[in-house]
Design a protein around this ligand. Structure first.
Ligand SMILES: [Zn+2]
Ligand SMILES: [Zn+2]
Ligand SMILES: [Zn+2]
Length: 408
């Protein structure tokens, strides 16, 4: 027997309510010494173990031994590419989502012939080569409404990940082991406006330590790559001989046959680009917080012949809007396919996002998108165009006069 797993059915009796709670909250884990914290993309981890880059001039990956073992941050790797940190248990009991208010009236607007004709004329004039004649002289023979609904669910999430980072040391406070670092989900952050993507990077307190720079081995300088560390190069004018045209001394190098290296000003070494010559690095853990608006929608199929993909770019009349921590799938809407889509998408979002992120807010909307199919005749033949969206966007597959030169 196939059991319905929609949220409403799951919530029907006591046993199944447990399943619902499980669905919402089972992902939670706590932090502690025994918990490595990280889940997920292990295959991206080797950055930490990669040997230092052979190119001494570029930033190279620090060796693994450079990082302290921080309780609660054991899975952290250098640079990007870490997995996600599973969100912690909610502090208090969380209200399961409540059904929204029933929708009283679903009011279906329609457009007038004048609106259709005006939109069509605008469409024809926007195409540089289209003759305006069909739009101007065509006679509308029939108009039919194929208004449709779009259901949209937005789930606004916060995800957190950590990365080892370093910067030149110039006296910053060193606080590693002064006390245990706060858990990655215990660090406060300023949540931006709901439903707007955003990102914040925070230095995790009590993880900063000072280490000799791994790129210059704590020297602060590196051999000049231009002169191989010698500080000078073969004179390009005399090619190293010190003389030109027999016994004339070379003016460029004063007869020495070698020139100072411009790159290192004759020093043979340059400042280390990683520690900026400071010899020491401040090594610490960065916490990256990402706020993401995850959106999915469903458009009810209509039989006008207009492809659904056309409706992506237009807006409709908003019939319903509801926003709360976790929304309950819409109920009582006259079109059952919208009700079903809402149940499906709400379930998908909860299971997809609650594992990897903290859901902060959800918003669901239903729009009515006006779609009008217009039949018209021009020069004795009948044709079709569509007017749709609040924007009165026009689409037609076969405009009868697509080249102005061919029309009298
Ligand atoms: Zn020379
Ligand atoms: Zn040099
Ligand atoms: Zn250095």
């Amino acid at each position: 027997m196939v059991k319905c797993t929609c949220l409403r059915c799951l919530g029907k009796n006591q046993n199944q309510r447990f399943v619902l709670r499980y669905l919402f909250f089972s992902h939670n884990r706590s932090y502690g010494l025994a918990n490595p914290g990280y889940l997920g993309t292990a295959e991206t981890a080797p950055a930490m173990f990669a040997p230092p880059s052979p190119d001494n001039s570029g930033p190279s990956a620090p060796p693994a031994g450079m990082f302290d073992n921080m309780p609660g941050y054991e899975g952290t790797i250098a640079g990007d590419g870490g997995g996600f940190l599973p969100p912690p248990m909610p502090v208090g009991p969380v209200q399961p989502p409540q059904p929204g208010p029933e929708q009283p009236h679903w009011n279906i607007p329609s457009i007038t012939e004048d609106t259709a004709r005006g939109a069509f004329a605008l469409y024809a004039s926007s195409k540089c080569c289209y003759s305006k004649s069909p739009a101007k002289d065509g006679v509308i023979t029939n108009m039919e409404a194929f208004n449709t609904y779009r259901y949209k669910l937005e789930t606004f999430t916060e995800s957190r990940s950590t990365q080892w980072a370093h910067e030149p040391y110039h006296g910053q406070p060193v606080d590693a082991y002064a006390q245990p670092p706060p858990g990655p989900w215990d660090i406060p952050a300023q949540t931006p406006s709901f439903f707007q993507d955003s990102k914040q990077v925070i230095k995790v307190p009590y993880t900063s330590s000072m280490k000799p720079c791994h790129v210059c081995m704590g020297m602060g300088r590196k051999p000049c790559t231009n002169c191989a560390g010698s500080g000078n190069k073969v004179c390009w004018v005399c090619n190293g001989s010190g003389f030109r045209h027999g016994n004339d001394r070379c003016h460029s190098c004063g007869g020495r046959g070698r020139d100072n290296c411009h790159h290192c000003h004759g020093n043979g070494s340059t400042q280390c680009p990683t520690c900026h010559g400071k010899q020491q690095l401040l090594v610490y853990i960065n916490l990256t917080i990402k706020w993401t608006n995850n959106s999915d929608d469903y458009v009810v199929e209509q039989s006008s012949g207009l492809q659904i993909s056309n409706l992506k770019k237009v807006t409709g009349k908003e019939l319903f809007r509801e926003s709360q921590y976790l929304v309950y799938p819409v109920m009582g809407f006259p079109d059952m396919s919208v009700v079903n889509a809402s149940q499906r998408i709400v379930g998908e979002h909860v299971s997809r996002f609650s594992q990897t992120a903290r859901i902060l807010q959800q918003r669901q909307t239903i729009e009515l998108i006006p779609v009008t199919k217009v039949n018209y005749s021009w020069k004795g033949k009948s044709h079709v165009y569509f007017v749709y969206g609040n924007e009165f966007t026009v689409h037609t597959d076969n405009y009868p006069a697509t080249c102005c030169c061919s029309v009298m």
